[in-house]
Design a protein around this ligand. Sequence first.
Ligand code: GLN
Length: 455
Amino acid sequence: AQHFLARAKSHQHLGAYVALNEDATLAQARAQDASIAAGTAAPLAGVPIAHKDIFVTRDFPTTAASRMLAGYRSPFDATVVARLAEAGCVTLGKLNCDEFAMGGTNENSAVAPVGFDAPRPVRNPWDGARVPGGSSGGSAAAVAARLAPAVTGTDTGGSIRQPASFCGVTGIKPTYGRASRYGMIAFASSLDQAGPMARSAEDCALLLSAMCGPDPDRDSTSLDRPAEDFGRALGDSLEGLRIGVPAEFFGEGLAADVHAAVDAALKEYEKLGARLVPITLPRTDLSVPVYYILAPAEASSNLSRFDGVRYGYRAKDYADLLDMYKKTRAQGFGDEVKRRIMIGTYVLSEGYYDAYYLQAQKLRRMIADDFQAAFKECDLIAGPVAPTTAWRLGSQNDPVANYLADIYTLPASLAGLPGMSVPAGFGEGGLPVGLQLIGNYFQEARLLNAAHRLQ
Ligand code: GLN
């Protein structure tokens, strides 16, 4: 813990951490040392971990990278945070992210990282002029720069997989409902899932096993399935494994260097005995408009709780209650969050609901059905995570272009399927490229083994 705290401080310029609490961390570490000495150690005793600042924590402030939560302190820990602590993990601090997890570059954070007075984008450790990806950008940067051996992230439409790809680390989003959403600040509740990011699939398996499990009293969408050992298949042979390669993931828009790295990884799988099977996910294109209707719709509802009364920020001067709401929300939310609230409110409004929201719901079901058809022919699916390697900071100012870059991660999110990113090599300029692996429901152990075999 001391080693990682020191590294976090000497690498402040990366902007990965938004909170460190040395005293709390060392107190936890000492308790774990004692448990190890007494022979009563939990499975992850003493493993330092840092959490995306979208999970609420008692020992650290929680901001969701928003001005709206300035000064907020949660009276409880998120279930995922509590479970990892029970498993013996020692919490180092909180990690930067896009505001309310909306974004893919971490440039939407409104919070100053540790050591700075003003917000400042997280740097990609491989190239400080580039973004780490998002929204779990601080998480990915922290693992890549060895500022934490293990971190949590959340993935609504790719926010674990895409930053893992951009930073060359391993990350997994489990089947929707595996990890409790209790204490995870809600963006789009029907899509939000927590997951670990670390240096290897093996580490991810250990962390995921500690994070998951039913939480029926506190998250009604948590699945009623017992906790599992997600590492149980590690080392299994890939002989005869059918890997589906969706044609739609290799079309126009996929950068040549990413394409080449993904192809090389697929060849490696063939050498390991797997068989590549061409498949089709015909509604891949539609996942972008579908997601960018449904996620903002849910966000517009979820974010209505930030009214200046219940949490964090309140505008200083206002005339009456309505004026207080308006000014608080105008000042507290950043541009991207406001854009999503407006889109969401629009698609849910009378007269537009059927044309947008309902239509998107139907297409969501069809996208999920397409996966089930594909899984008749293959055991897992492989392809790129993102069309390119990490972008330059400040280069992606067009929101629509940003949304389109989520094309390969959104389908699995909409279907609620487990997905992961595993390092697959490097593209131009030595930037990391991730391979995306998508499994059928509850196939996390198989995914993690496939990722492990590539490492
Ligand atoms: N980039 C996507 C978005 O902006 C995904 C974000 C996420 O998974 N939290 O919505």
